[in-house]
Design a binder for this molecule. Structure first.
Ligand code: GLY
Ligand code: MN
Ligand code: MN
Length: 442
């Protein structure tokens, strides 16, 4: 698996500390381990914010950054080497290698965290941590209480608490060149996986078998895991937005919606395509599909530096609303329908979300209450959809249960945008050609 250079993590720590006053101490903890059952753990996946600053994948690890008079310093608390534990549970980086491997000044064993943190916090002006992390808040309470109890010995404790997340989230929202390269690689793998699913889809397969085709391609091209639970939704299951059961048989005449993306070195991709199980769209399916595709194109056309996030949603909603009026699902004037958001019955989510280390990545969507302008280096998904309730008796039977979403991953550039997943067929004719085994230009 390709990985970002270690120096990238060091630069991020420096950038963060440059934004903080002298005397600030940053405390960041790794993701907790979750028990699946008994003594078996869920697969461990590092906390994105922690990984962003440390490059460290192991559990039981804490990073402390200090802005002291002697300059910035990074300290990592990690697991010591332990032969028996490593025989049972896997290799550990260990204290000797951690500083060189992570470009961090000093390493201590995890067990010494409580004691050493008191030393690192002594005399600090402010302590910076993620306010969403209750475990870190509890750890700090303990350390600050300990320092207070030692005041007659000259100890001093920080009195300012600062939330780390807005600082790191703002950094993560703007991707570096190395991050963009990594995300582009993840997108290429996911494109190949969706193509494989289209090529291998057959009537009578189970949704989880089609999911396996996607996951196989992820692994064969170097991605060890998914960026989120894959959605493989045949027929009316596509109308369940976060469907993940993936356990139904794919039926002749139905569509299948696949929303799946691989993760590469903790960077996500997030693609949706909807295609016919038997390789040919029906007339009704094609009509709805073309509306969603036109909405997708209208949203993409808005993307450029300075455009605001809601421009994409407004453009997609307009096309979808007009399409729904044209086929008689909505009545009345376009403007009135837009104002009343009548499309929400059929298109109930928003146009997209930031994409990065998390599939729904960090970063705020509004500045001073207004939709924020796009800046080169941001990555967003664009994913309009139409979902027709299978139980909606106001709609003619031929349409009921059709669920279609089209999702691509878009980098904002100086000149507009780059669609990182553009190589995946999206037009009806191209999807049908790929499914029929015909040659398609890349
Ligand atoms: N795959 C989750 C989403 O598209 O938001
Ligand atoms: Mn998405
Ligand atoms: Mn998705």
């Amino acid at each position: 698996m390709t990985k970002l250079a270690t120096i990238e993590y060091k630069k991020r720590r420096q950038t963060l500390l440059q934004q903080l006053p002298q005397g600030a101490v940053v405390v960041v903890q790794c993701a907790p381990v979750h028990i699946r059952n008994g003594d078996v753990e869920h697969d461990y996946r590092q906390d994105s914010g922690f990984y962003y600053l440390s490059g460290m994948v192991e559990p039981q690890t804490t990073l402390v950054l200090t802005n002291s008079v002697d300059g910035p310093m990074s300290t990592i608390f990690c697991r010591s080497k332990d032969k028996l534990q490593e025989i049972w549970h896997g290799r550990r980086l260990g204290l000797d290698k951690a500083p060189d491997e992570l470009l961090i000044e000093q390493a201590y064993p995890s067990e010494s965290l409580t004691e050493k943190l008191i030393e690192l916090l002594d005399g600090a002006s402010q302590v910076v941590y993620g306010f969403g992390r209750e475990d870190t808040a509890a750890l700090l309470q303990q350390s600050l209480s300990a320092l207070r109890s030692l005041k007659r010995q000259g100890k001093a404790w920080p009195t300012q608490l600062v939330d780390l997340d807005p600082l790191v989230d703002a950094m993560r929202l703007l991707k570096s060149a190395a991050e963009i390269d990594q995300m582009a690689l993840a997108c290429n793998i996911s494109v190949a996986a969706h193509k494989r699913a289209m090529s291998s889809c057959k009537v009578g397969m189970n949704e989880y078998q089609l999911a396996a085709e996607v996951h196989h391609q992820f692994a064969m091209q170097g991605s060890p895991r998914v960026a989120y639970g894959s959605i493989v939704a045949g027929g009316e299951n596509a109308c369940i937005l976060h469907y993940t059961n993936n356990d139904q048989v794919l039926q002749d005449g139905d569509l299948v919606l696949i929303d799946a993306g691989c993760e590469l070195d903790h960077y996500a991709s997030d693609i949706t395509r909807t295609f016919p199980v038997n390789g040919r769209f029906s007339e009704s399916q094609k009509i709805i599909y073309e509306i969603v595709l036109a909405a997708h194109q209208a949203a993409l056309a808005c993307i450029k530096p300075g455009a605001v996030f809601t421009d994409m949603q407004d453009a997609a909603a307009k096309v979808i609303t007009q399409g729904l009026i044209d086929i008689g699902f909505l009545t009345g004037e376009l403007d009135t329908n837009i104002t009343d958001q009548t499309y929400r019955k059929f298109y109930m989510h928003n146009i997209g979300h930031w994409l990065g280390m998390d599939v729904h990545d960090v970063g705020i969507y509004k500045l001073d209450g207004e939709s924020r302008p796009l800046i080169p280096g941001m990555v967003t998904t664009v994913e309009p959809g139409i979902y027709i309730d299978p139980d909606d008796t106001d709609i003619a039977l031929q349409w009921r249960g059709i669920g279609i979403r089209i999702e691509d991953d878009i980098l904002v550039t100086e000149s507009g945008y780059l669609n990182l997943t553009a190589h995946l067929p999206v037009a009806v004719a191209d999807i049908e050609a790929l499914m029929a085994g015909e040659w398609l230009p890349i």
